[in-house]
Write a protein that binds this ligand. Structure first.
Ligand code: DX5
Ligand code: ZN
Length: 214
């Protein structure tokens, strides 16, 4: 299993220490949650934090944009060295254009779906995607309860990917811990995002390891 710890649950007063832990750990990437207070009812952090993190983090950055008009920021994120740019399907009027802009900028293109958005919404773009991020909570906050319908969605998306010949990886975000992570592994997920399970743990590196071995 690939693991992408979500920085949202980290101690922001000790960010350097938290990133050093991520660098030492078995994490495959670092998940950064950007919120604008419009697309989701919360505000998190933006470019200054991403820039600071990118200077010290040795893992690829997996940026999850919970913002309206995410297409405006393709160049900014590319210039900060971001590897994967996740945009919400619900936030993009011209999703195909945005996916191409992300790829042309040299980043991996990922599309995120809210729990209420069916995977069928991606049928016509799946071949262009490097990753699909399925939300297993309503986006905006860490520490929420896992929504079970994500398991069936992983299965449906797995079939769509196989039928289309797409290379897209399936990432799942929200309420992930060792128990829900094991269920997601069984359903066919490739990447697990985990915020509170990792950063609120007394041993974050061990928490990452427990997901890694799924
Ligand atoms: C929620 C964010 C998640 C969040 C997950 O909107 O997209 O990445 O950090 O937090 P946990 O793992 O605590 O559910
Ligand atoms: Zn996220």
């Amino acid at each position: 299993m690939l693991v992408s710890p979500s920085l949202l649950a980290a101690d922001f007063a000790n960010l350097h220490k938290e990133i050093e832990m991520i660098n030492r750990s078995e994490a495959d990437m670092l998940h950064l949650d950007v919120m604008d207070g419009v697309f989701v009812p919360n505000i998190s952090f933006g470019f200054p934090v991403i820039k600071a993190v990118s200077k010290i983090c040795r893992k690829p950055l997996d940026v999850h944009l919970m913002i309206v008009e995410p297409e405006k920021w393709v160049t900014r994120l590319r210039d900060l060295g971001v590897e994967t740019m996740n945009v919400h399907q619900e936030a993009c009027v011209h999703l195909d254009r945005t996916i191409h802009a992300i790829r042309e900028a040299g980043m991996k293109a990922a599309v995120t779906l809210n729990p209420s958005t069916p995977v069928a919404m991606l049928e016509d773009v799946i071949a262009e995607l490097d990753m699909v991020l399925l939300m297993s909570v309503n986006p905006g906050f860490g520490g929420q309860k896992f929504i079970d319908n994500a398991l069936a969605k992983v299965g449906r998306l797995r079939r769509m990917i196989a039928e289309s010949g797409s290379r897209a990886l399936i990432e799942v975000d929200g309420g992930v811990n060792a128990k829900t992570g094991a269920m997601l592994a069984g359903a066919g997920a490739d990447i697990l995002v985990a915020g509170s399970y990792v950063f609120a743990s007394h041993d974050p590196e061990e928490a990452i390891h427990s997901l890694k071995i799924l």
